[in-house]
Design a protein around this ligand. Sequence first.
Ligand SMILES: NC(=O)c1ccc[n+]([C@@H]2O[C@H](COP(=O)([O-])OP(=O)(O)OC[C@H]3O[C@@H](n4cnc5c(N)ncnc54)[C@H](O)[C@@H]3O)[C@@H](O)[C@H]2O)c1
Length: 309
Amino acid sequence: MNVAVKSADKPKGEHKTPQVIKKVGVIGAGQMGTGIAHVIALGGYSVALNDLKKEKVDESVHTIERFMRRQAEKGLIAEDEVKPALKRISYAPTFDAFSDCDLVIEAATEDEGIKRKIFTEICPKLKDRALLATNTSSISITRLAATTDRPEHFIGMHFMNPVPLMELVELIRGIATDDDMFAVTRKFVESLNKTVAVSEDFPAFIVNRILLPMINEAVYTLYEGVGTVEAIDKAMRLGAHHPMGPLELADFIGLDTCLSVMQVLYEGLSDSKYRPCPLLVKYVEAGWLGRKTQRGFYDYRGDKPIPTR
Ligand SMILES: NC(=O)c1ccc[n+]([C@@H]2O[C@H](COP(=O)([O-])OP(=O)(O)OC[C@H]3O[C@@H](n4cnc5c(N)ncnc54)[C@H](O)[C@@H]3O)[C@@H](O)[C@H]2O)c1
């Protein structure tokens, strides 16, 4: 699948927006990078996937294969789409493998220092016209763009978890993001059968600005002894018709990511209402990060999840 967009007449510049996206680089093969590589490969694009260790990428490709086969069994995709899609995913051992990418999406750990280092290192490896996107849940797009050599070709492309199932992608322009770039990325996202919501570049954008304070409040509700883990989740599932309780959802997102988003909201908006709950901090300090480490507000090591408090 190629995305072509008519360009406005612009002066020729070093970083003129590419007309066609064919190959996409993805940095970080965690839960989000895995989902992003999955939908992009199914969309017909080539994907180069990078992480700190090859095992992480191998694990990610296995997850993609399992999930695609399940989608085919359910008739959500055609059986004969699976093999070609998997073939389109390659391992990128270093950023050199991104030199022929038209777009690179960063989906590494939610830590500004890590992301800044990635962008500083990757820019010299990219072709001049390559576009850069970040899947950050909360960090300023303008600030991240400023660490690159192409802020006009930098955008926030915020996929939701789990990526193959969730319809929405938030697009967030930095102060310098140009209109062509925005149009190309919007077309690209829509070609993946996702719907775009446009957010201004303020801490945590739209979805997480609303969702994470609710999760943080659920952790306070637990911390202050108002309810147990089970009672809080049951109350919100049955009383507010949420498909998942807030603590279950926190485990699903990753408690480190939840804490990081709350810190960005707290510092970015200088408002005490976003103060991360000390109990959330304690879980993260313990390394109990939710499903990805098998323990969070629930323990997932047995047959069924058991509350840890
Ligand atoms: N978890 C969610 O629900 C969710 C939803 C939307 C967006 N996000 C955002 O997506 C990003 C990734 O989150 P996740 O949930 O996939 O986290 P994760 O912990 O599952 O995965 C992060 C991956 O990044 C890798 N990584 C760390 N430093 C790296 C580097 N220098 N180079 C290459 N890889 C590196 C880690 O090894 C890990 O595999 C974060 O910015 C997060 O805020 C998360």
